[in-house]
Design a protein around this ligand. Structure first.
Ligand code: QV4
Ligand code: CA
Length: 387
């Protein structure tokens, strides 16, 4: 039944306005510079990405977010916005503007990660612990810098006791309740749609070529469509007049849930999470699979249509145990296999490809107390053996 709905929606052809990535010079790949500073991205565009044929960069969310200090500043605080001001750990608004201009000047597009499903966590407290110093009150759902107030959130539309998503089999919960406590915006409200479009339009006017839209599974397709419909054309200083922003939507669809990636095809591309999960099993030679099996790689393997897919070996979530993907996902922790999978992805014509540029972290600490103890013992032994 659900599949029929998807086919109908695509057949209605509400336009493929946001599917063009606008990459220059026939380039085919972008790179996610996860948590990079704007000033460093500008240099990287000029020094490496432009000369080496990268089409664009996905940047970390540029909007002002909550500052989480316990136990340390985690990367994921950037997925908890408190306003649409443009200062973050990556830099100031002026640095963002300068980076976008410099990357555009060398033919490298910028795609911003738009966190629009929610604001910060319900446990975010009250005060000015935010990256531009804006005041907010998470308990009262007040974000005066936008402004958003309690009526702009979905509480009355959510039916779970906790107010959080409890069952991914229930579409209403997934879209109208809080994802891990994150205050869920009511996109059916014209006002909320307008504020989000204003934020995205400010970035478009600065020269971005499009957006990765975060957590799309948690937003109704018709609401997203209404928001995208309000977006400006790209800045004609760098793009042909009439160009619509490129949009790729984060929907994790590995099967088994009622919300399907195909519900979002007509509005933009969609992240294909089956790609990295399945490629990982082949490269690891699980189930007796061989690289030569990949000659039929693509839709025949149950992947979405190539012209709808945004693909990657791993992403910032599943390389560090967040989100979904499973054990087969390859990361830089296994460099030989990772290089192989990435080279295959870049050489193969399926989907729009995204390379991951991340950073190393201490896996022992992340994995909890037992491993933490092991790490301590290991560090002591290493230290002593070097004395
Ligand atoms: C905790 C408890 C909750 C409790 C809540 C109370 O776990 O049970 O209700 O406190 O406030 C962080 C913490 C998380 C915490 C939450 C709220 O990890 O433990 O909840 O904050 O304080 C990133 C991280 C999340 C992080 C979030 C917000 O991955 O761990 O949560 O940022 O800081 C699904 C979605 C998919 C999503 C994926 C991770 O369908 O959309 O999970 N992926 C995107 C991004 C991802 C980001 C978000 C969505 C949210 O790629 O990076 O989550 O914007 O599959
Ligand atoms: Ca929602």
């Amino acid at each position: 039944m659900k599949m029929k709905v998807c086919i109908l929606a695509v057949a209605l052809g509400l336009g493929l306005a946001h599917h063009n990535s606008h990459v220059k010079h026939g380039r085919t790949s972008i790179v996610h510079l996860f948590e990079w500073r704007w000033a460093d991205i500008a240099q990287e565009c000029e020094r490496y990405l432009g000369p080496n044929g990268y089409g664009g960069v996905q940047i970390s969310p540029p909007s002002e977010n909550i500052v989480v200090t316990k136990p340390w500043r985690p990367w994921w605080e950037r997925y908890q916005p408190v306003s649409h001001n443009l200062c973050s750990r990556s830099g100031t608004e002026q640095e963002l503007r300068d980076m976008i201009a410099r990357c555009n000047a060398v033919g490298v597009n910028i795609y911003a990660d738009a966190v629009i499903n929610h604001m910060c966590s319900n446990e975010g407290g009250e005060g000015k612990h935010s990256t531009c110093g804006s005041y907010f009150n998470a308990t009262k759902e007040e974000f005066p810098s936008v402004p958003f107030t309690a009526q702009d959130f979905n509480d009355r539309n959510c039916t779970t006791r906790s107010g959080n998503i409890e069952d991914y089999q229930d579409i209403n919960q997934v879209r109208d309740c809080r994802l891990v406590g994150l205050l869920d915006l009511a996109h059916r409200r014209e006002y909320v749609r307008g504020k989000i479009a204003d934020y995205m339009n400010a970035l478009i006017d600065m020269g971005v070529a499009g957006f990765r839209v975060d957590a799309c599974k948690h937003m109704w397709p018709e609401d997203l469509s209404a928001i995208y419909g309000r977006l400006h054309n790209l800045n004609s200083k760098w793009f042909p007049a009439g160009s619509k922003p490129f949009i790729y939507q984060e929907v994790i669809d590995l099967g088994g849930e009622p919300i399907k990636a195909c519900e979002y095809y007509e509005m933009g591309r969609v992240t294909e999470f089956k790609y990295g999960a399945r490629l990982g099993t082949v490269v690891r030679k699980w189930n007796g699979e061989k690289l030569s099996d990949l000659k039929s790689w693509g839709e025949d393997w149950g992947l979405m249509p190539s012209d709808k897919a945004l693909v990657f070996v791993d992403n910032h979530d599943n390389q560090r145990g967040h989100g979904a993907g499973g054990k087969s996902i390859l990361t830089f922790w296994e460099p030989r296999l990772y290089r192989l999978a990435t080279a295959f992805m870049l050489a193969h014509p399926y989907g729009m490809t995204r390379v991951m540029s991340s950073y190393r972290w201490n896996r022992h600490i992340v994995k909890g107390k037992v491993s933490c103890f092991k790490w301590l013992v290991f560090t002591l032994i290493t230290f002593c053996s070097h004395q």
